[in-house]
Ligand binder design. Sequence first.
Ligand code: FAD
Length: 434
Amino acid sequence: MAPEMGGRVAVVVGGSVAGLACAHAVAAAGWKAVVLEKAAGPAAGGGTGAGLGLDAQSMETLARWIPGWGLDAATLPLAVDLNRATDSETKAARTLTRDEGFDFRAAHWGELHRRLHEALPAAVTVHWGHQFLSFEVSDLDDGGGKRGGVVATARLLGTGETVEVAGDLLVAADGCTSSIRRRFLPDLKLRYSGYCAWRGVFDFTGKESSGIITGIRRAYPELGSCLYFDLAEKTHAVLYELPGNRLNWLWYINGPEPELTGSSVTMKVSDATLAGMQEDAERVWSPELARLIRETAEPFVNVIYDADPLPRLSWAGGSVALVGDAAHPTTPHGLRSTNMSVHDARVLGECLARWGQTPPPRALAEYEAARLPVVAAQVLHARRLGRLKQGLPVEDGDTGAFDAWAATAEDALQLRQRGMPYFGGAPTVDGGSL
Ligand SMILES: Cc1cc2nc3c(=O)[nH]c(=O)nc-3n(C[C@H](O)[C@H](O)[C@H](O)COP(=O)(O)OP(=O)(O)OC[C@H]3O[C@@H](n4cnc5c(N)ncnc54)[C@H](O)[C@@H]3O)c2cc1C
């Protein structure tokens, strides 16, 4: 597949949130985009993935790309960020911090992905079932003369056939285990956080008046507008409501790094492991949360990794841009992964638009200058939040750790989401702050 005469083309590897967001952003900049995604098709909606939190800047950006979404109806407010300490013996709880100026929204991953896909403009082509294999930086000839570019090779998973796709720019949106990043940084290793997360979504459609739901709403009366963090000894849980009668929970458990197969950070678990976790939940958490955990169908385990900040986001002489988890694998404690992906895409698009028909390197230099300081600071802050909440030493060599029951009100302020660097919004190009 050769680039078309005239307009510039971005080859985007990965068709998850970062890849589809980039496709929107480069199309808004007047480029074409070809997305290569190994999955067979787009998310079906509510059936894939779990919950995520969108900040105000992401909401504003997504509203540009998905004009008909009605973002307010498709998300629920997370207006309050609440941290509480739980005593596992007595099950008593006390408030550590309460921030009523949080201003996030809760969305379902599958719903966001589906809407991003459905709203793609005509300038974007998505090739599902295409596994990216490699790329070369090479001259392109569109009949109007030679210019620098990239040629990506992909395998069609259905037939085994190999195809080449040419463009002016390669956008690596291939997730936290990115093979494109590995080509430039072969020694960069993901860093195991020291814990894994059990996750689940409880669908209470038709069960609004059931004992489990009335109980959980009594114990968590602000569900529907609050992001709850419960901290017990060396562990913490997260609970919030999603649109469509769903409750999203996560429970982080310290332990040695599990062995993973393949490139997924999601683990399959045996029935015995699941039963053990459900028993532990009774011991650690309130009866209401333990019951919710026990009655959730098919909870799964995410092994939690991040990576030290990358030295660069633009490679191969400005022919390759890294975005999303490929650019900054992060722990989830600052609700950053999806927000950073949306901001990466927006800024990349703005930089491409600003530099018009100029070859990409200048635009990519500007993208890197805008995003690198932001994502580096946010990844490190999320890492710190996770270690605090898990009662782990924050820095190498620390002897003490955060203790939720002993913490003073001042100590507890570090748990708030608003401590995240650039909490009020990251610099953008069209916002005039660059
Ligand atoms: C199915 C799925 C469900 C998710 N659910 C949630 C959720 O509920 N909550 C949440 O906070 N986060 C979820 N995430 C993660 C979330 O999307 C990311 O953390 C964040 O939004 C950054 O997105 P990303 O696009 O950079 O990375 P990812 O979402 O990891 O996407 C990377 C994409 O690249 C594709 N890819 C990788 N290698 C190749 C290759 N060689 N060729 C072609 N394609 C390739 C993958 O198939 C994947 O679609 C989910 C991700 C996926 C893929």
